[in-house]
Design a protein around this ligand. Structure first.
Ligand code: PLP
Length: 385
């Protein structure tokens, strides 16, 4: 059976070009970049190149890039590292729709005497910047707001938010795990202090990420030991991961505009056809301000998990809620924060595309899905028959 992979916000295929680049690093070029000998030294050069490739995609200086183990580590490091560097301030502002990597880290702070403010969103998943401005005060150490939502794809006006926050002398972090590689982003033109990204969301391997730290931003080291990563993040480098991430960033920088258009065309065809052919369906999230690859659709009165299981029989991979929380019966915290009714939040499916999807993938799903929805509706105890 063929696999149609529409779960790219959970993780992505490693690009062939990336795999080719990293293969020799396991058994041939396996030296430690901190070693004095030439064998290890040549690895150091590859890490420098990867740092430059990432910096080019982000529009920053290579010295501002710290390699980490992924998005979760970068988010935790940004939050905890900032608070440790600014010990006299005790307030953090975030949103209700962050990924658990940010939300759980922030909620834990509340147990340690911090005031944690979670900003609300409207029914389209948008923030009220006046609300943010009102909550910023002299005690605020950090504002952490995601660039784009992993479940709905809704993009926040991060450049505007960063200007507002840093204008008040507060550090601004953004979790850009879902944005990097999907939409253009230029840190040289923004006031963002800290930014997280994750390799496995943009066709690099799992277990590698980046924390961008703007020059001059105060951040306590978050992993101590050796002096790797300018003393900010100790530990022997994940060389294949880092080199792969560099290559993936180079590929993304080359093709971002073209791919955006193609992926958006496929996403829009899938979305509009499903909305039209499946009664009781509705789109979740701001239609106009979204990642080009993401579509989150609710099918009222049926369980998202039941839809996923039936799609799975045809080899179609999607998700309900975020991959990290699936398995729990609670409806998505993002959709609940947007005020999506329980009956619709439970029946939500997220399709997330990548450059490897084809129009055949879309056509196949459009053919298989409407009968699945009809069948599950018939079985639903919540629908009047
Ligand atoms: N932040 C967002 C918005 C995400 O979507 C994810 C993963 O789904 C993460 C953080 C965590 O990244 P990682 O899997 O690299 O730890």
């Amino acid at each position: 059976m063929k696999t149609v992979y529409f779960d790219n916000n959970a993780t992505t295929k490693v690009a062939d070009e990336v795999l080719k680049e990293i293969k020799p690093l396991f058994c041939e070029l396996y030296g430690n970049p901190s070693s004095m000998h030439t064998f290890g030294g040549q690895i150091g050069r590859r890490i420098r190149k990867a740092r430059e490739q990432v910096a080019r995609l982000l529009g920053c200086d290579p010295a501002e890039i710290i390699f980490t183990s992924g998005g979760t580590e970068s988010d935790n490091a940004a939050i905890k590292g900032t608070l440790a560097a600014v010990p006299d301030k005790r307030k953090v502002i975030t949103t209700r729709v962050e990924h658990p990597a940010v939300l759980t880290a922030c909620r834990e702070l509340a147990n340690h005497g911090y005031t944690v403010v979670e900003l609300a969103v409207d029914k389209e998943g948008r923030l009220d910047l006046a609300d943010l401005e009102e909550k910023l005060d002299d005690d605020t150490a950090l504002v952490t707001i995601m660039y784009a939502n992993n479940e709905t794809g809704v993009i926040f006006p991060v450049a505007e938010i960063a200007k507002l926050v840093t204008g008040k002398g507060v550090v601004f972090h953004t979790d850009a795990v879902q944005a990097v590689g999907k939409i253009p982003l230029d840190l040289s033109k923004s006031n963002i202090d800290l930014l997280s990204l994750s390799g496995h969301k943009l066709h690099a391997p799992k277990g590698v990420g980046v924390l961008y730290v703007r020059k001059g931003t105060r951040l306590a080291p978050f992993m101590v030991g050796g002096h790797q990563e300018a003393g900010k993040r100790a530990g022997t480098e994940n060389v294949p991961g880092i080199v792969g991430l560099g290559k993936a960033c180079e590929l993304a920088a080359e093709n971002i505009e073209e791919e955006n258009d193609r992926v958006k065309f496929l996403r829009d065809k899938l979305e509009s056809t499903l909305l039209q052919k499946c009664p009781g369906s509705r789109l979740n999230g701001d239609k106009d301000n979204r990642l080009p690859n993401t579509s989150n659709i609710s099918f009222e009165y049926i369980e998202g998990e039941a839809i996923l299981l039936m799609l799975d029989k045809y080899g179609i991979c999607a998700s309900s809620g975020s991959a990290c929380t699936s398995g729990s019966l609670e409806p998505s915290h993002v959709l609940r924060a947007m005020g999506v009714p329980f009956t619709a939040a439970h029946g939500s499916v997220r399709f997330s595309l990548s450059r490897y999807n084809t129009e055949q993938d879309v056509d196949y799903t459009i053919e298989k899905m409407p009968p699945i929805i009809d069948k599950l509706r018939e079985l639903s105890p919540f629908v009047n028959k």
